[in-house]
Ligand binder design. Structure first.
Ligand SMILES: Nc1ncnc2c1ncn2[C@@H]1O[C@H](COP(=O)(O)OP(=O)(O)OP(=O)(O)O)[C@@H](O)[C@H]1O
Length: 280
């Protein structure tokens, strides 16, 4: 996969709310074709990071470049190439699904009507239905269609699938990945469902109290991040990056860099186990 065109870049971003540091020296970037799953505890700063990328929120230090422009100063052109689903969508009360989509799509010249129809069917939405009568999951589905039927270059989804049932979720997540690859878009989504993230994301970004502790290709995770069990009085081999430590148990990064097999006892982890170990 080629990751050439940078679509979103954070450079040493700091954000505080009053006395609380919410993002600290945050740096990473997304290129076309990347689907980045953002993982972190409640309050870790995921929504803040996303809102900053959209320029909805001012940062205190550093730079955010979104589609080549400063995030807080996006042109109309750039905005039309971004899709965003906030954690709690949104309005359109008094509209039917069809009329809401008609109004919404009028803002986007690139709107793909066939894609809209296709996704309405997939989500099982009846376009004659009133928006205010939709369930939470159905609203979320509509918000997703509204954010992606114009094939945005950058798609930012804040827990987009939390209210979707497993069948719709599984299908949506797979399609999301495909659409991104096909359209040369980049996707940044947050989710607490690690199995989804493992299945569809190309990369994982792990946020802990506003700091990016890990940013990696999913495929590299298992080899590079492992749990080391040290024997009594045994030192940790040099060259490893310690992510968390509980007495003799050490969660380390860069395990592939040195030959630790036979030297220390290691366990490989899935994403959920890794998350638990990081926050122990
Ligand atoms: N407008 C605001 N004013 C003050 N503090 C805020 C504001 N928005 C967010 N915060 C604080 O910033 C921190 C990060 O919040 P954020 O919503 O980014 O977390 P999150 O990782 O998205 O959490 P969750 O998984 O619960 O959605 C929290 O401690 C929150 O209380």
């Amino acid at each position: 996969m080629e990751h050439s065109e940078v679509i979103l870049e954070f450079q040493q971003v700091d954000k505080r709310f009053d006395d609380q540091a919410v993002l600290t020296q945050l740096s990473f970037s997304l290129s076309a074709g990347m689907v980045v799953g953002l993982l972190g505890q409640n309050g870790a700063g995921k929504s803040t990071l996303m809102r900053a990328a959209l320029g909805i929120l001012e940062i205190d230090a550093g730079n955010i470049t979104t589609l080549g422009e400063t995030a807080t100063d996006l042109s109309i052109d750039a905005k039309a190439k971004i899709g965003y689903v906030p954690q709690q969508p949104f309005g359109y009360e008094g509209f039917t699904i069809a009329s809401a989509l008609e109004l919404h799509s009028s803002f986007y010249p690139q709107w793909d009507k066939a894609l809209e129809t296709d996704w309405l069917a997939r989500f099982g939405l009846d376009s004659k239905q009133q928006v205010q009568k939709l369930s939470v999951g159905q609203r979320q589905s509509l918000a997703l269609i509204m954010a992606m039927a114009y094939r945005p270059q950058l798609l930012i989804l804040d827990e987009p699938v939390a209210s979707l049932d497993p069948i719709v979720r599984r299908q949506f997540m797979g399609d999301l990945f495909e659409l991104a690859l096909e359209s040369g878009s980049a996707v940044l989504f947050s989710s607490h469902i690690t199995s989804d993230l493992e299945r569809v994301a190309s990369h994982v970004a792990l946020l802990k109290q506003g700091e990016l502790v890990l940013f990696k290709e999913i495929d590299a995770l298992r080899e590079e991040v492992v749990l080391v069990q040290l024997a009594d009085n045994q030192d940790l081999p040099e060259g490893l990056t310690v992510l968390n430590r509980n007495q003799q148990q050490v969660l380390v990064d860069n395990a592939d860099q040195i030959d630790i097999a036979g030297v220390v006892n290691t366990t490989s982890l899935n994403l959920e186990q890794l998350f638990m170990e990081l926050h122990r």
